[in-house]
Design a protein around this ligand. Structure first.
Ligand code: NI
Length: 174
């Protein structure tokens, strides 16, 4: 397994629509394993393939709290089949928007169909933090970031700060 560089906003690769995988084969499994390792190293609870520069519909998650047994999830071609009327608000962060957080309101529960690590079609119903995280990660596959769910004023402020931070990290061209 390997850790992969995580792309941070603003970056056009985070705005692309990712393509479904034909099947979960050895290559996709390797991507899933590398993504999970990358996410854990970055102390994240979810990661989508576009965040590591791969425009495929693959996400990984682990919302287990510290001290709880790990609950890794590796999903390909995830598709939301049902959303609850009930809404929930969580303070969201994102490995591609480091150090920025904002309250986002989304459906409290979702049912999702996906291909698992063994290329089997499965469904899961999620609530709480897992429901929010799955929706956040599926958004990434459609080029949507959590800041796209908040006010334009707040979004512009966060993106401006990130662009500035990125410029100060990039060494001047020789
Ligand atoms: Ni994210």
């Amino acid at each position: 397994m390997a850790t992969l560089p995580i792309i941070t906003a603003p970056d056009p690769r985070l705005k692309l629509k990712a393509q479904p995988v034909a099947a979960v084969d050895a290559e996709v499994r390797r991507l899933m394993d590398d993504m999970l390792e990358t996410m854990k190293k970055a102390i994240g609870i979810g990661l989508a393939a576009p965040q590591v520069g791969v425009a495929k519909r693959v996400i990984v998650l682990d919302v287990a709290r510290e001290g709880e047994p790990p609950q890794p999830l590796k999903l390909a071609n995830p598709e939301i089949l049902w959303r609850s009327q009930e809404q929930a608000t969580f303070s969201e962060g994102c490995l591609s928007l480091p150090e920025h957080y904002a309250d986002v309101t989304r459906p409290a529960k979702v049912r999702v169909r996906y291909l698992d690590y063994h290329n089997e079609s499965r469904e899961l119903e999620a609530s709480g933090l897992l429901a929010t995280s799955i929706q956040h990660e599926i958004d990434h596959l459609d080029g949507v970031l959590f800041v796209d769910h908040i006010s334009m004023v707040k979004r512009s402020m966060i993106l401006r700060k990130l662009a500035k931070a990125k410029r100060s990290r990039t060494p001047a061209a020789a």
